[in-house]
Design a binder for this molecule. Structure first.
Ligand code: ADP
Length: 218
């Protein structure tokens, strides 16, 4: 069954979500107060609507309650973002994802019942910083303040060794959850799997432990 989404705010972030959902074959209603932005999405979204979502009757008339998931991607106007989120939860939308501009905004969104709060700029900043600091770190996903999943490129310091040789779990307290090898993916590698040149390890663990492992590679 096709899922139905609403994206409110068609800036860079909301616009990119809208395009991606449409490409994946989802039904998307795209909403913005700005007519030009809405026109831009008329041929991409299933419906593109000019509306101010801080007006409760607008939300009701659009039947937003019946959609599976609403994404609030209103940028700089924090007040509009908060008010929209509050009303979406009040009218009973089950799944509301909201883009936060800063930590205070995120706190308020949590309090008023936003189901997911995302910080794309902050998260991307962190990911890029990790990549810049360590050449081996290709990508980074923060799981909590302390734990992450990191993609690490291997080098000659560890290639040719099996996972058991490297003793990574005991020495560093981290787990290799998968190895990317060319186009294939070895999920849950075995202790005797040997690490080859150009492999990419996907590891999970505490940031401090992952850092120690990164240092071994650099
Ligand atoms: P980004 O950083 O993702 O590019 P922007 O601030 O450029 O964010 O985009 C936010 C969008 O949200 C703008 O297109 C703006 O017109 C829209 N927007 C702002 N307030 C409302 C509102 N009350 N109702 C609907 N859309 C809104």
């Amino acid at each position: 069954m096709k899922k139905e989404f609403v994206v409110i705010g068609l800036g860079r972030f909301g616009g990119s979500i809208c395009k991606e959902l449409a490409e994946q074959g989802m039904e998307v209603m795209a909403i913005d107060v700005d007519e030009d932005r809405v026109n831009e999405f008329a041929s991409i979204a299933t419906h593109a609507v000019i509306a101010d979502t801080t007006d409760e009757t607008v939300l009701k008339n659009l039947g937003i309650r019946n959609f599976d998931h609403v994404i609030v991607a209103i940028g700089a106007d924090i007040q509009a973002s908060i008010l929209t989120t509050l009303m979406l939860k009040e009218i009973g939308v089950k799944n509301v994802t909201v883009k936060a501009q800063n930590d205070y905004h995120a706190k308020v969104l949590d309090k008023i019942g936003a189901d997911h709060v995302v910080h794309p700029e902050r998260d991307m900043g962190k990911r890029i910083a990790h990549h810049i600091v360590s050449n081996n770190v290709l990508d980074y996903i923060e799981l909590s303040d302390e734990y992450s999943i990191v993609e690490i490129a291997v080098n000659e310091r560890i290639t040719g060794n099996s996972i058991v040789d490297l003793n990574i779990r005991a020495k560093y307290g981290i787990n290799i959850v998968a190895i990317k090898r060319g186009n294939s993916m070895i999920i849950s590698p075995q202790a005797y799997d040997v690490i080859e040149k150009n492999d990419i390890l996907i590891v999970i663990g505490a940031d401090s432990d992952i850092n120690r492992f990164e240092k071994k590679l650099s």
